[in-house]
Structures are given as C-alpha cells and as structure tokens.
Design a protein around this ligand. Sequence first.
Ligand code: OAD
Length: 247
Amino acid sequence: MDLDQIVRAVRGARRITVLTGAGVSAASGIPTFRGPDGLWKQFRAEQLATPEAFERDPRLVWEWYDWRRQKVAACQPNAAHRVLAAWSQRWPTCHIITQNVDDLHLRVGTRDLVRLHGSIWDVSCWNGCAAAPSRWRDERVPLDEVPPRCPHCGGLVRPAVVWFGESLDPADVEAAHAATASCDLFISAGTSAIVYPAAAFLHDAKRRGATTAEINLETTPASEIVDIAVQGKVEEVLEQVEAALGA
Ligand code: OAD
C-alpha cells in the first residue's frame, strides 16, 4: 500500500482537510450503511430517513433512532478518531469534515469539526414551534417516551439529522467549502464517496490543486481520481502514519 506516500504527503502539507464516513467508526462497532452488514441492507432508507417516513410513522422512525442511539452510546472512539483529533489539535489549519452523526470525533476532542449530516444527539421540534430553539441536545438513552414530545408545544420532536431529500445546514456547507478550498492535502477516509454534496469536496480540492488521498478497505469512485489510494483499515493506517510522523 501507499503508506510511505501518504506519510510524505502529511509531513509536507501545510493545510490538511479530512472527510470521514462510516468506515471511520466501523472499528468502534457502529454499522456502516452500504457494506454487506450495512444498515441499508437491513433497512430501507425511504422508510426511516426521510421527512415523508417521519410524517407517516414517527414511532417507527424513532424506534430506529433510539436503537442507533443506544448502539452509539455503548461504543468508544477508536484510533482513527484519536489520530484525527490529535492532528486537529496539533495543526490549527487541519479541518475534519464528517458525514457521521455519532459524535465520536467530538468525544475525543476534535477541533474544527464540521458535522455535515448533524448529530444523532440533537433533536428539533417537528412543528418548528416558536418557543423551541432551532435544535437542542437530548442524550436520554433509551428514550423514556417514543416518539418524544416537544417540551415547549407538546408536539412531535424529530432527530435533527439530515435526511434524504433535505438540505444541509448552509453554515456547515460553507465551512466545509472553506476547509476544502484552503487545503493542500485532502484525505477521504472510510467513506464510499457516493453521497453528495460530501463526495464533491474531493473533486473541488483536486481542481484547486490539492494533493488528494483516500484511505478505505475497498476501492470506491474516489480511488480512481486520488493521487494516493491506501487500501486498508483506516484506524490502522492512521496509526501507522502517526507512528511514522514520530508523534
Ligand atoms: P458507507 O456505508 O456508504 O461507506 C462506508 C465506507 O467505509 C465503505 O467504502 C467501506 O469500504 C469503508 N470501510 C468500512 N470499514 C472500514 C475500515 N475499518 N477502514 C476503512 N474503510 C472502511 O458510509 P458513508 O460513506 O459514510 O447519510 O455514507 C455516506 C452517507 O450515506 C451517510 O452519512 C448516510 C448514508 O446514507 C445520511 O444518512 C444522510
């Protein structure tokens, strides 16, 4: 594998941006979406992760999220999260953009984190009632009522994650664009690189002249366009990179 190349690239970079996906949390025991045991093999996204699904059956949607929240609560961050957190602390110009909603990057103190798809611990009032903040944190595990109710209007509460068919938070998109535009090394780690707009950031970075790299167990659409493709477990590869850097 191109480990030496990625070590050289990290060593020589002034501004690193890393896009992470479900593969980064796989070693923590959180299922990915599209692998053989992926969530989208067992469940249909359109029945669980769309506004229409919630409108149709909020209890079903919340049962699924409550189950996932319990799973996430029982998991610990792994070496991939720890190395990326260390980079973000060591190099103020290092930015991490994640598609993961599990907040494991946050639990190890990652700085400058953009959570493109939100957090599984955030909720918002489904009716958007005026008394409620736009979102708030609810860390009850398991929830004591499903579906949970808005403490302000008594209506339904929804998971404040980005569902299929919904727009990303413009502030997050802007922050991710800024991180992409300013980097000289862009690493796509543990993501199938097919969900947009996240997948577009790699292309943007390449167009702007950044060195691009991928770390993934398998080949993805990104593998063909990156300068450095490292096939392997991201938690092992990042640990090896960190060791080679002498950190
Ligand atoms: P996917 O499940 O699509 O892809 C996970 C990727 O991680 C795959 O390419 C695997 O080969 C790779 N992988 C698995 N374990 C790994 C490991 N230990 N080391 C390295 N690579 C590993 O997950 P995402 O790309 O994150 O969106 O999916 C993107 C979005 O699609 C998610 O945020 C979610 C989903 O539908 C929404 O829910 C809006």
